[in-house]
Design a protein around this ligand. Structure first.
Ligand code: FPP
Length: 233
């Protein structure tokens, strides 16, 4: 029987190259990537995975050109306000991880809208990491912990690696499988705390082409791995 990972994370890379290869503007790659994500999320969460985290926009992505940042923000609004209706129909709950600052109010409103709409859905959770950084998440969690200790609600000796998850942006289980598309072998400041024992799957396929079949290949590969979590064989 297939072993289905509980939490899968995807670094959706290669949208720009997908478009450039076709003589298109980079934004066309992002548009295509958003269609891929919609189909993929439905497939992944229907296959028994309970949590799917995706890297939509890093804190460092604000260093891209103004045009590309604007395009992506407007695409997020479009997806969250209308296109992702399909996800709601599929009973998928959408949540977000990341910092609010300096996201535009209309982007934050669109995020809140889809969170509210899908709040009671039970099929699985799509965690969209937007304005997200892994080191930032650990720093922000540490600040919350320090606040709790200073106000007397928490004792230093009660801090441990398991309860730390509750102070992250979302209280999610550890990542079992991390996928990165487009032939890059980096973690790029993604979910550093949650990936301590993740299996890594790297593929040359560019994200817009990462379809259901490609995901199933990643699951096959995951099933061939021997996960020991530091123990002997
Ligand atoms: C990385 O490819 C991709 C991004 C920075 C954006 C990811 C966004 C989407 C998949 C669009 C839709 C998302 C949602 C949540 C609606 P890249 O631009 O770095 O590609 P390159 O390395 O080929 O330039």
């Amino acid at each position: 029987m297939k072993n289905i990972p509980n939490h899968v994370a995807i670094i959706m890379d290669g949208n720009g190259r997908w478009a450039t290869k076709r003589g298109l503007n980079r934004s066309e790659g992002h548009k295509e990537g958003s269609k891929t994500l919609e189909k993929l999320a439905i497939h992944v969460l229907n296959s028994g995975v309970k949590y799917l985290s995706v890297y939509a926009f890093s804190t460092d992505n604000f260093k891209r050109t103004k045009e590309e940042v604007e395009y992506l923000m407007n695409l997020f609004i479009l997806m969250f306000k209308s296109k992702f209706k399909k996800l709601d129909k599929e009973n998928i709950k959408v949540i977000f991880s990341g910092r609010k600052e300096p996201l535009r109010k209309d982007v934050l409103d669109a995020m809140n809208e889809i969170v509210d709409k899908t709040r009671n859905n039970t099929k699985g959770i799509l965690n969209i990491c937007l304005n997200y950084g892994g080191q930032e998440e650990i720093v922000d969690a540490s600040k919350k912990l320090i606040d709790e200790v200073s106000s007397g609600n928490l004792k230093i000796e009660d801090i441990n690696k398991d309860m730390f998850y509750k102070y992250l942006y979302q209280d999610l289980p550890p990542i079992d499988l991390l996928i990165r598309t487009s032939g890059e072998y980096r973690v790029s400041n993604y979910m550093l705390y949650q990936m301590s024992y993740s299996e890594f799957y790297f593929t040359d396929v560019l994200f817009p082409d990462f379809d259901e079949k490609e995901f199933d290949k990643a699951i096959e590969e995951f099933n061939s791995r021997d996960r020991r979590f530091g123990k002997n064989k």
